[in-house]
Design a protein around this ligand. Structure first.
Ligand code: NAP
Length: 229
């Protein structure tokens, strides 16, 4: 079999007389769950996004590869979870790129691909955004996209806002509270490892995939992974 052709990005920006808004859901998605899907849907609605690209990180920055489920498995679960929504597109854009996944590289490549009337909105967890000042080429990220930080109920955004402000970098960050983010990938992995039900935390298709492929059965390697997450 020959090499796989690179996945094409969805078309956007054709009408030069209007502005388009592209959401990019960045995450490890290990596994994807309803909290992520609700986040994307509410961001789409609140910001009038035309499309949301779900982009599992290939080799996430700051994570030890050995504790992250393979990119293909995380991508397959993302495809399954998003399949029924025409506005959500699972993207191989980051998993097909070799080396550590840096958000700035993704945004730079998307910026180069799309015309200027397509605005980029990078959506991820507020905990991740809290650390954005230390991300690779953070200054450049601020010029490429608006950031949407999804918070869990009870999350104190003040610390995060202060850190971003003190960086002196002009990030445009919008915070949205998502009650469904009480669900977490860590909790799902932990429940699977202990033989507990994960029904209604993520889609049946994702649960089936987890079972069929024996993911998250080993609690030892997973618990070692937590401090680095
Ligand atoms: P993480 O540290 O695993 O997640 C931080 C928190 O945010 C967790 O509570 C996580 O919950 C939540 N979260 C993650 N993605 C989310 C999403 N799309 N919507 C709502 N909540 C989300 O962060 P990560 O998943 O590794 O990274 C998040 C994104 O930031 C990825 O796109 C990654 O590539 C990028 N990032 C870039 C750099 C860099 O360029 N240097 C460094 C770090 C992260 P769950 O565990 O339930 O998802």
């Amino acid at each position: 079999m020959g090499a796989r052709a690179p996945q094409r990005l969805p078309e956007l920006g054709r009408d030069p007389n209007r502005e388009y808004r592209l959401g990019i859901m960045g995450g490890t998605f290990d596994p994807i769950h309803y909290g992520h899907l609700v986040t994307a849907e509410q961001a789409r609605e609140a910001l009038d996004l035309d499309l949301v690209l779900f982009m599992p990180a290939g080799s996430p920055a700051f994570k030890d590869d050995s504790f992250v489920t393979s990119a293909e498995d995380r991508y397959a679960m993302t495809v399954l979870a998003t399949a029924a929504n025409a506005d959500f597109i699972a993207s191989r854009f980051e998993i097909d790129r070799a080396g550590t996944t840096y958000t700035v590289d993704t945004l730079r490549a998307l910026r180069a691909h799309y015309p200027d009337n397509v605005h980029l909105y990078f959506v991820t967890g507020a905990d991740a955004i809290h650390d954005i000042v230390s991300w690779h080429d953070a200054k450049h990220i601020a010029t490429l996209a608006t950031l949407i930080a999804a918070t869990r109920p009870g999350y104190d955004i003040n610390q995060s806002c202060q850190r971003v402000e003190e960086s002196g970098i002009a990030f445009d960050v919008r915070y949205i509270e998502i009650p469904a983010l009480a669900i977490s990938s860590t909790n799902i992995r932990d429940r699977v490892a202990h033989g507990k039900s994960v029904r209604y935390l993520t889609s049946e298709s994702v649960i089936g995939y987890i079972r069929k492929n024996g993911l998250y059965r080993d609690p030892v390697s997973r618990s070692q992974a937590e401090p680095g997450e």
